[in-house]
Structures are given as C-alpha cells and as structure tokens.
Design a protein. Structure first.
Length: 649
C-alpha cells in the first residue's frame, strides 16, 4: 500500500513573489476564459452546500454549478416538512469551474430559523437541481458531534491491547511491539530499502499508539502533531467535546506511547515502528496483502525470512542530538500534557514536563541537514523545523507557569525568550511563507501561543514582538485569501497540490488564531469558507469527512475500514476519518484496481465524480486512490481543532 508523498505547499512564499502573481494571473484567466464557451444543455446543474449546515444567525450560502448561469431561475429554501421558507434570485456568477460547468453561481440564503432544509433551483416551474439537506442550529450543536467523531477516529486507530472492539470489530494487535528490537535508521534509495537492517541491541516498549493512516505504521512525527492539537483543544475548549472524559482518555493513550518512545537517560528517541517499504529480501507493511492488523501477530515468521519484520516489527531509533522537528513538537506535546493533566494526575504531569525539557534540550540546532521524519523520508518530507522549536519552548513556558500556580517564573521566562528567538529565526527562514498550518508547518500554533504570553506577561524584551508575529500570520492568510478570491468555491489553496482537506482545515484554524490574537474578524468569513469546502461546498459535492452529510467517501484507502467496515455509507463506518480530497491528475494516474487482498470498492466501474474534475485536480472515491481517500491522524486532528474552534466551545 504505497504512501502518498505529502510534500509541503509551495505557493511562492509572499504576496510579492512573481511565482505567486503568475499563479493568480493564470487562475484569473482560467476562470474568465471558461465562461466564453457556448453552454451545453445536456449538463445537469448541481447545487453544492456545506452539508453540516450553518450556525443560527449567520448568512447561509449555496452554490449552483451549471453549463451557464440560468436566465430567470430562482431558488427556494424548503424546510424538511415541505414548506418553502424563502425564495430569491440567483446571484452573479463567480466564474467557471471546468469546460463542462462554466458557471458557478452563488445563492444567498440569508439567516434562516433553526431547522433542516434543502435548496431547490427552479426555472419556468421546473426544478433544475436540489441540494443535499443541511441544518441551521447553534454552532455547538452543529460541530460537537464531529469533534466527537474525530476522537472516535483516533480510538479506532489504536494499536496494542487497549483497542475498542465496538469500533469496526477491532482486536488487540501487534502485541510483540512491547519488546520491539531497536534498529539504526535504515538506508533507502528512493522508496526501496537498501540492504539489511542494522540492529543496535536492546528493546523498547513500542506497544500501543495510533496507526498513522490507512496502514499499520506508527510515527513519532505524526503522533506528536495529533497529540498537540488534541491537548491544546482540551486545554482551551473542553466544552467543545461531547464526551470530555473520552477525549482525555484518548489524549492519555497517545501521550503514554510518546513517553515510551523517548529515553531521556540515554538520549534515544524511537521515531518509527514498522517498515513501510522493503526490498526483495525484506517485506514491509506495504509489500503484503491487505489484512487486519491482528494477523501480524500470528505469522510464525523465523529470523531471516522475508516476513520476519512484518511480525517482529523494528523500532528505529536515533541517538544523540534529536532532529529538531521531532524534539520541538514532541516537547510541545509533553508540555501540553503537563498543563492538561496537572490536577487530574500530578505524577503524569511532572513526568511529562521532565520529558518536555529533556527532549527539547536534546534538539540538534546546528548543521541540521535533512530532518528525521520517517523511513523513507519521502513518506513525510518535512523541511521546516524552527517553528517546532518555537512551539516546544512556548508550551514549556506555559507549563512551568501553570505548575507555579499560574505565576510567571524565571524558568518560564527563559523558555519564553527561547521561543521568541526561534520565532525570529522562523521569520528569517527562506521557508517562511511557503506553507500554512498543517503537519509540515506549525508556526501558526506557535505564534498563537507566543502571542498569548505577550498579552499576559510583560517581563523583558523579546527578539520578536506582537506586531511581527501578527504580520507573519496575516501575510500567510492574505496570500491564501487572494487564491480564494480566484476560486468560485473560496478555497485558499491550490487543488492540484494535494492534501487539500488538511490545508483547508489548517487555514480555517489559522484564520481564527489570527482573529483571536488581533481582536478582529478580518478572516472570519474566509475561515468559514474553508470549512464549507471541506464539508461539501466544493465542485464534487462530497464532504471529505466520513459521516459528515449525506455524500462522503465510501471507499477509503484504509485496511481496517475496507475489510471490516461498510462500503456503501451505511452500517459500520470509520466515523471522523478525514481524507485529503482532490489530488492532481498525475498523482491519481494509473492507480489500477483494488490493492491485493482488499474488497473491491466501488463495486461497479465508473467514476461519478469525473465530470467535476477541474483546476488540474480530480477527486476519486475508490479504494486504490490513496491521494484522495486515505485518512490520516493529522487530518483528523486538524478537523477536531477546527470544528472545536468553530463551535465556540
């Protein structure tokens, strides 16, 4: 099961860069030029809408896709009981989408009373198109179930003995990870393992933890990122969770695994459990038939056999200075643990704070070179690391202050100044502005936390100030907003760059971080548009969150969901799974049929989403289409944080 190379966004970096201006110009030409072609009467109009719905009191909006803007057409908002509550004229076309759908027309629905609705577009007494149903309700009522589903997804991703059998009939798996042998970082040529693995002697208890995505590998890189978002949300928005106790239990499960991966006495970090891609002599997780994870414990593989490392999974370990991305985000997760569990479990909080400080202190900060993320590196090709150190330092500062009864201490001041120093280094980095909040760039989280301390602690000069941090966030969002202005659906990211769902969720989160810190509502509408796109107000009309709305991915590139779940959207589902959504034509070309051992999905040939391909991207709901429908922990964590923020909790 090959992993998508999820590379960071490369949009050009700042509003002044020619590459970005060329991109914006090309988008504008595409949008304008598409409207000049003659309409095709055979094209069936479509209505797209955020399928979760709209917060009471906010202005609701739907979008009509058509071959051309229908003359004289009107829309009606119809309540679930069939009563029409509002009618109106169509707005002016926002542009075209592709050669088939050359007009995307907004439908301004206005503020609606609480209830369930659909939108109908009519012309001459004939219904041209009908939207999926949606709700209008309090923001908390709309989003809380999906915050809960994101936690449920992480629980379904559990490995080890503490699985939840009520979720897709999960069974304990990879119990041999409790005594995983330690190995040196493997050498890869591309994605092919070069030679044999080199044992280091000794073992590590690598049991438990979360599967990273649709396969059974476990990474410190992604687990720590997901843990940071879960713990930050628990600290700042506990009321957003429908079951806070379940969320805290999941956070505790995740932190327990991360703690076992770090050995502070020997300065050793286990950053990966299991092999993804092997070679002719060593099989990895992606080299075998699809199967349920508990099967790996019963292979009876002997040393030297090709399947030995599928059953006896290696733990890859770094010794000495730790790659700064792992040290920074790992320290942030540990420091947040200290904050969240300080009252409930003081012993755990103390252990977490100690782990945060020792891991942060072990970071390599000179001659960094290529970062350690995964083996092979191209699985997660992160390049920036200063933001991780900023985040780790500021969370340690907050943890130290919280441990001192909320008092700003000398030790907290040291870490806060360190955070500011790394923030300044990030602002001066050539990669600043090349990405927005996602797995590869956590600067928005770090800046938001540092701004929080600036607003509350006035101790001494910092190497960056409030204005500089806000300006950096603003510049990223301004760039994304200019991209959104050229897209009829309002997405602030390029569809063909991949990981669209993650970036849209990250942009929604980053926009509200900025508005909170700036005490403004400058990006409130932009933030909501990003969520709308993820939840169905996109060209394809599918939400990219399983269980959100009536149209969502059915054919996940996920072994457990495929082999033990439903393939028709009903019955056992991997609720809360967040997928990337559209991907480039090149990424989706030549995917073939179902992976060996997988259940075929969709059951019949054909691609219902094919007519909506555009902007160099497609969305394919098929089990082989990992770039479109492989869910991941980092995507679910971004959804959790973004939905919690939108809920007002």
């Amino acid at each position: 099961m090959p992993r998508l190379d999820r590379r960071p966004w490369r949009a050009g970096g700042s509003l002044r860069r020619p590459a970005l201006l060329a991109t914006l110009a090309a988008l504008a030409v595409t949008a304008c030029g598409a409207q000049t072609r003659p309409a095709d009467a055979r094209v069936r109009p479509q209505v797209r809408v955020d399928q979760i719905g709209f917060a009471a009191g906010s202005d609701a909006r739907a979008l009509l896709l058509a071959a051309a803007a229908p003359q004289g057409a009107r829309f009606a908002v119809v309540r679930a009981d069939g009563a029409t509550v509002r009618t109106g004229a169509l707005g002016r076309a926002l542009g075209g989408w592709n050669g088939r759908y050359r007009a995307v027309v907004p439908l301004a629905l206005g503020a609606l009373p609480r209830g369930s609705y659909r939108v109908e577009v009519t012309s001459g007494g004939r219904v041209l198109a009908t939207s999926p149903s949606f709700r209008v309700d309090a923001a908390a009522a709309l989003y809380a179930p999906f915050v809960g589903n994101a936690v449920r997804f992480l629980r379904a991703q559990r490995d080890g003995a503490q699985v939840d059998p009520s979720l897709l009939a999960r069974r304990p798996s990879h119990l041999l990870d409790a005594h995983a042998a330690r190995y040196a970082a493997p050498v890869y040529r591309g994605e092919l393992l070069a030679g044999a693995l080199r044992p280091l002697g000794g073992t590590v208890d690598a049991s438990g933890g979360w599967f990273d995505a649709g396969d059974y590998l476990k990474f410190f890189e992604t687990a720590s990122f997901s843990e940071v978002l879960l713990l930050q949300t628990l600290r700042d928005r506990p009321s957003a969770f429908p079951d806070p106790a379940a969320a805290r239990a999941e956070a505790r499960f995740g932190i327990d695994w991360l703690l076992r991966m770090w050995d502070p006495r020997r300065r050793r970090l286990a950053y990966q459990v299991g092999i993804g891609d092997g070679n002719a002599h060593v099989l990895g997780a992606h080299d075998v038939r699809w199967h349920l994870p508990q099967s790996d414990d019963h292979l009876g593989a002997r040393p030297g056999s090709a399947a030995y490392y599928v059953e006896h999974r290696p733990a890859f370990v770094t010794s000495g200075p730790v790659s700064p991305n792992l040290a920074g985000r790992g320290a942030a997760a540990f420091a947040l643990c200290a904050q969240v569990f300080a009252t409930e479990d003081p012993a755990l909080a103390r252990r977490c704070l100690d782990a945060a400080q020792t891991l942060f202190g072990a970071a390599r900060t000179r001659r960094v070179g290529r970062l350690t993320t995964a083996a092979p590196y191209d699985f997660y090709a992160e390049q920036e690391w200063r933001d991780d150190l900023e985040l780790g330092a500021v969370e340690i500062a907050r943890a130290l202050a919280a441990g001192a009864g909320g008092q700003y201490t000398h030790a907290a001041a040291i870490y806060r100044r360190t955070a500011a120093r790394w923030a300044d280094a990030y602002l001066r980095s050539p990669l600043d502005g090349n990405d927005t909040l996602n797995l590869y760039d956590v600067a928005a989280l770090a800046h938001g936390e540092l701004l929080w301390t600036i607003d509350r602690w006035d101790d001494a000069d910092l190497s960056v100030g409030r204005g500089e941090l806000l300006a950096d966030l603003h510049d990223q969002l301004a760039l994304a907003s200019r991209l959104a202005a050229r897209d009829p659906f309002g997405l602030g990211y390029r569809y063909a760059d991949g990981d669209v769902g993650q970036h849209a969720l990250g942009l929604a989160l980053e926009a509200r971080i900025y508005d909170t810190a700036a005490r403004s509502s400058s990006f409130a509408a932009f933030a909501q548009r990003q969520l709308d796109v993820v939840l169905g107000a996109n060209a394809w009309g599918s939400s990219w969150i399983v269980g959100a709305g009536t149209a969502f991915p059915r054919c996940l590139h996920h072994q457990v969901a495929n082999l033990a779940g439903s393939l028709d959207g009903r019955g056992p589902l991997l609720l809360g799974a967040a997928v990337p959504g559209p991907a480039s034509d090149a990424a989706l070309r030549g995917l073939g049929g179902a992976p060996e051992g997988a259940r075929r999905c969709p059951a019949h040939a054909g691609d219902p989403y094919a007519p909506f391909a555009g902007r160099g991207a497609r969305f394919v709901d098929a089990v082989a289409a990992s770039p479109s429908v492989e869910p991941s922990d980092d995507a679910a964590a971004l959804a959790l944080a973004a939905f919690a923020q939108a809920s007002g909790g």
